[in-house]
Ligand binder design. Structure first.
Ligand code: SF4
Length: 236
């Protein structure tokens, strides 16, 4: 039998003592998040923040404002966010048109009822899969799902089990199950877990080159202890 997995509450306490309390740096309103998510590419907090700031200054984010802007002007406003601004401008117009026409310009009001149905609606928007839908459900105050940061589901998996699996969906699900089991089903508790795991994944437990030697939780990490579980293969 291996060592008992590190408990997530203990892990989060350690992370919080290092990083402090974390706050979301993106709009938590569901429509705002959809717009923000398309403000940068590749979509990172920094890229999206740049595009978001520019978009707000030049055009605005309301559906009517996005629809009234010319594609060229919209792309220009999104350019500070990185690559493919023309494509992102098209996506924003698509989102704005749907929110205006299908949801009366109030997407949040439509996200009620059975969660499976709400999730289905969210996943009809471009570039929103389960991780994005979970993030909106949690931070939008819709339901306290065990959301996992899409760019670092491996963090909790490495710590508790060892090397993450090759399949992203399996790793995401393993991380989600761990949070479901150990983090109380409240908005505050699950948002705190999301934000701390995200911060640790971005700063230290990077996907390809984790900084294990400098990691403050390495003494309780199964990956650091050498558990590779026959996981991800090195690409040829
Ligand atoms: S020891 Fe390495 S694998 Fe474990 S949490 Fe820290 S950075 Fe990640």
């Amino acid at each position: 039998m291996g060592k008992k997995a590190t408990a997530i509450p203990e892990l989060l306490r350690k992370m919080e003592s290092i990083y402090g309390e974390q706050e979301p740096c993106w709009p938590t309103d569901p429509y705002g998040f959809l717009v923000w998510w398309h403000c940068g590419y590749p979509a990172s907090d920094a890229a999206c923040a740049k595009g978001w700031q520019s978009l707000n200054q030049v055009i605005g984010i309301e559906p009517e404002q996005l629809l009234a802007a010319s594609p060229a002007n919209l792309a220009g406003a999104l350019r500070p966010g990185g690559m493919v601004p023309e494509l992102r401008a098209l996506r924003l117009k698509e989102i704005a048109a749907r929110v205006k026409d299908e949801f009366g310009s109030d997407l949040r009001a439509a996200l009620v009822g059975p969660i499976a149905q709400v999730r289905k609606i969210l996943k009809t928007f471009p570039n929103i899969a389960d991780p994005g839908a979970d993030r909106i459900l949690l931070f939008g105050g819709i339901t306290p799902v065990a959301a996992v940061p899409s760019n670092c589901p491996h963090v909790v998996v490495r710590i508790q089990r060892g090397q993450e699996r090759e399949n992203y969906g399996v790793t995401y699900r393993e991380a989600q199950q761990a949070i479901e089991a150990e983090v109380p089903e409240t908005f505050d508790a699950r948002a705190r877990a999301y934000l701390l795991l995200k911060r640790h994944g971005q700063d230290v437990c990077k996907r390809t080159k984790p900084k294990c030697a400098q990691c403050s939780v390495n003494s309780t990490c199964a990956f650091f202890a050498g558990n590779r579980r026959g996981g991800r293969r090195t690409p040829a």
